[in-house]
Design a protein around this ligand. Sequence first.
Ligand SMILES: NC(=O)c1ccc[n+]([C@@H]2O[C@H](COP(=O)([O-])OP(=O)(O)OC[C@H]3O[C@@H](n4cnc5c(N)ncnc54)[C@H](OP(=O)(O)O)[C@@H]3O)[C@@H](O)[C@H]2O)c1
Length: 341
Amino acid sequence: MYMKQILISRHGNSSVLETIEKPLPKIEDNEVQIDVKAIGINFSDILIRKGLYPNTPELPCVVGYEVSGVVEHVGRNVDKKWVGQSVIALTPLSGYATKVVVAQQYVFPKPECLTFQEAASIPVVYLTAYQLLVVMGGLRKDESILIHNVGGGVGLAALNIALHIGAKTYGTSSPEKHTFLKKYGLHHAIDYRNFDWLQILNEKTHGKGVELVIDPIGGNHWKKSYRALCSTGRLGMFGISTVHGTSRIKRNLQAIKSIVRLPKFGPLSLMNSNKGVFGVNISILWNEIEKISTWMNTLLEGIHEGWLKPHVDCTFSFSKVAEAHDYIENRKNIGKVVLTI
Ligand SMILES: NC(=O)c1ccc[n+]([C@@H]2O[C@H](COP(=O)([O-])OP(=O)(O)OC[C@H]3O[C@@H](n4cnc5c(N)ncnc54)[C@H](OP(=O)(O)O)[C@@H]3O)[C@@H](O)[C@H]2O)c1
């Protein structure tokens, strides 16, 4: 039996994504084999493809952290009741494929009310947003949050959770996304592409700032986000989108600049300003499956309770993966982009 995978064997633009055929891997005792129906795409897939991700895997590699599909076979130690179930699965670096084999503990029943596309769009962005806002950011109803790139996958998931908590929401995004975001519930949309977002935030908060900022831009931008915090404020750092430039030379320069300009947060200054900083990298937490499972089950309850609403911007067929990457790189997506099989 064969499956198709999308392989990256050299770093570069979307043309390096290559479809290959290979034999299905053997299923170990605790594993399940899934016939994949949809695959969630993340910005990190693009950074890995370009060789810009901090933990870039060795090449050749397959990217893809999340899929949905139907369980076809199970290993000896796995309950047979899984066979035929529609599921969501976490697939660290194996998701861009027509079949995946993963440990059963990474597999969750798909809520019936979700399409396969919606289901595949949930894990990475909602787990990241949950860790940022709830687990580490401790966002409360009487607080306010600034969500950078609120129109992206993590951004929209964070907005969904913040609105559910009842916090006041501020968000930066390209201006074309503002109408959608306001309709979704964002209280204050800030056009950071044409204006100084900190100045606008200060005007809107009367110089007070916000209790929580989540920042995927990185480098010097983290310094600026820290300045947006009021006392008791927390800054959650979780990405380095700033290294994503247009040319290879520019990208390398950006990467160097962003490392050189990393802020230094001193314990005494944090103490005296009553502020906190923390970092999130969900891809490194994948092994702590008990935590991840608890968060995932809480999020899936949100689907049943009716407040968690994943938003799939658009879908591309498996063979059009390069177009899907280009779409995201051109900043066109609002929420998630998904591949379908
Ligand atoms: N640490 C973690 O655990 C973790 C987990 C998931 C994602 N992340 C990071 O979070 C960030 C967002 O991820 P995502 O999957 O939500 O992204 P996404 O949905 O692909 O969002 C991309 C959006 O980011 C904005 N953006 C900001 N700088 C950009 C740049 N240099 N090039 C292109 N777009 C840029 C654009 O929106 P606007 O122009 O409208 O702002 C773009 O539409 C990435 O840096 C990713 O690596 C980290």
